[in-house]
Design a protein around this ligand. Structure first.
Ligand SMILES: C[S@@+](CC[C@H](N)C(=O)[O-])C[C@H]1O[C@@H](n2cnc3c(N)ncnc32)[C@H](O)[C@@H]1O
Length: 294
């Protein structure tokens, strides 16, 4: 049985959205971390987060301004990443889904629906769109919540709704060894993070790749961003912990958040420096012709 059910994951995001916004330190962007392109960026986390947002947008394989193309953001939070993608491709049609009712409600206010932009409530393991509806499907820090360590259900759904020739993009934690090979120490630190983020299992890269290829995806490309995001992780630790401490001293309601901040500040770097841990941007293609067809 799963430790965290979908209802519990949804509740986590209903309750924690404010914390995530505070953690990221930006109201636009959605990501928790980013990377510096110029030396000066390391002092501004919103710039670093912006750089990662732009990298994701550029990796989607969308042509020019996105005319006659459609993009699906699976596990879209309050729609901030979709909104950044929309700035890159102002003619593309963009849909996002989140499992959280609260995020859905916030998204309606923050990014009102237009004929080109729409955030819905839904489940990325059972997507409410027909087969071959989208040119690109992307998951940013969300597929980790999917079932299993190969995320087979979520990527099968992505494959189904992608048009032939369409692209899947995943940015998330990818572990490099199966659980049977983890040390006690790694297991302990990892458990703290899984519990913090209500994740049942991170992706095991080897199993994810195999599963994606069995489903029919081709052209697997991976970029490990883990060392690039170090300045952003450090930035959060040095700016957010004093901030959270100050808030907790002035208002007891913030004590709950303080615990989460401290937990993330200690365990994220510990987990992150371990060689098993990668933070990757992966792209895959759905072939134009189904390779399993004769
Ligand atoms: C860490 S947040 C990331 C949000 C967004 N992609 C970003 O980067 O800002 C994870 C998101 O995954 C969503 N999520 C988790 N499980 C889901 C599911 N089965 N179907 C749809 N969304 C899901 C949560 O509601 C949340 O919006």
């Amino acid at each position: 049985m799963l430790k965290y059910t979908k209802d519990e994951i949804a509740k986590h995001y209903n309750d924690f959205d404010k914390l995530y916004e505070n953690w990221s330190g930006v109201t636009q962007g959605g990501y928790h971390y980013g990377f510096a392109k110029e030396v000066n960026d390391i002092f501004f986390n919103d710039r670093m987060i912006g750089n990662l947002s732009n990298l994701i947008a550029e990796s989607l394989g969308i042509r020019e301004n996105g005319k006659n193309q459609s993009i699906f953001d699976a596990g879209c939070g309050v729609g901030d990443v979709s909104a950044i993608v929309a700035k890159h491709y102002n003619e593309a049609k963009i849909y996002g889904i989140t499992i959280s009712e609260e995020q859905y409600t916030i998204a309606q206010k923050k990014h009102p629906k237009t004929d080109k932009f729409c955030i819905l409530k839904g489940d990325f393991e059972s997507i409410q769109f027909e087969d071959s509806s989208f040119d690109t499907v992307f998951f940013v820090d969300s597929i980790c919540h999917g079932e299993g360590d190969n995320k087979n259900v979520a990527i099968s759904e992505a494959y189904r709704i992608l048009k032939p020739g369409g692209r899947l993009v995943v940015c998330d934690v990818f572990l490099q060894k199966p659980k049977s090979k983890w040390s006690k120490w790694f297991n302990f630190v990892n458990k703290q993070m899984l519990d913090q983020w209500r994740v049942n299992e991170w992706i095991i890269e080897e199993r994810f790749k195999k599963s994606a290829e069995q489903i029919g995806f081709v052209d697997y490309k991976a970029t490990n961003l883990k060392w690039k995001i170090v300045p952003s992780v450090l930035h959060m630790i040095f700016t957010k912990i004093p901030w959270a401490l100050y808030k907790s001293l002035t208002n007891k309601a913030y004590l709950k958040d303080l615990k989460a901040f401290i937990r993330m500040s200690i365990f994220v770097p510990l987990l992150g420096i371990h060689p098993i841990f990668h933070y990757q941007l992966i792209t895959l293609q759905k072939p134009i012709k189904n390779l399993t067809e004769k």
